[in-house]
Design a protein around this ligand. Structure first.
Ligand code: CA2
Length: 151
């Protein structure tokens, strides 16, 4: 049976590809979703790809994923640097959490250097643009393979 992967995107990422292409590239979030769907098919994953500008909605979606999702890939956008609420919700998950950023926040303004997501993330991919989401899916696949090899 295919594994279920939840891919969450935080505020403003719905406007991706329309501004600041020097930092975030010209790929739209819809392009990223389509690329993830194609790659997920090869990896035999079912993906649920979502974006919200609202912290509480992201928290609710994470809560709904408890016990139902095999991994969460999250680009929490600006909430990465501010949201204890998202961190607390992610802590309730038993599945792996992978943090993704299009840019590399650690090399940008100081207020982007701290990540709350980092406390729970099994792995973090930054600065790879849209390709980071594909790498995150591949990372998840490889970690499932390793677990099944051990068992
Ligand atoms: O690099 C990333 O993926 C970020 O998570 C993007 C966030 C930023 O606050 C983080 O520090 C790093 C910002 C997303 C803003 O999205 C835009 C969409 C359209 C045009 C410009 C920005």
């Amino acid at each position: 049976m295919n594994k279920n992967i939840l891919i969450l995107n935080g505020p403003n990422l719905n406007l991706l590809g329309t501004r600041e292409p020097d930092i975030y590239g010209s790929t739209t979030l819809e392009d990223i979703e389509n690329n993830c769907r194609q790659h997920a098919k090869k990896l035999e994953f079912d993906i649920d790809f979502r974006q919200s500008n609202h912290e509480g909605e992201l928290v609710t979606w994470i809560q709904q994923a408890i016990g139902k999702t095999d991994a969460v890939i999250i680009n929490a956008a600006a909430y990465t640097h501010t949201s204890v609420a998202i961190l607390d919700a992610l802590k309730m998950l038993e599945c792996p959490v992978i943090e993704v950023h299009l840019s590399d926040p650690k090399t940008r303004e100081e207020f982007r250097h701290h990540s709350y997501i980092e406390y729970v993330a099994k792995h973090c991919i930054s600065g790879q643009g849209a390709q980071g989401y594909i790498e995150a899916l591949t990372f998840v696949k490889n970690s499932f393979k390793q677990v099944s090899e051990i068992n």
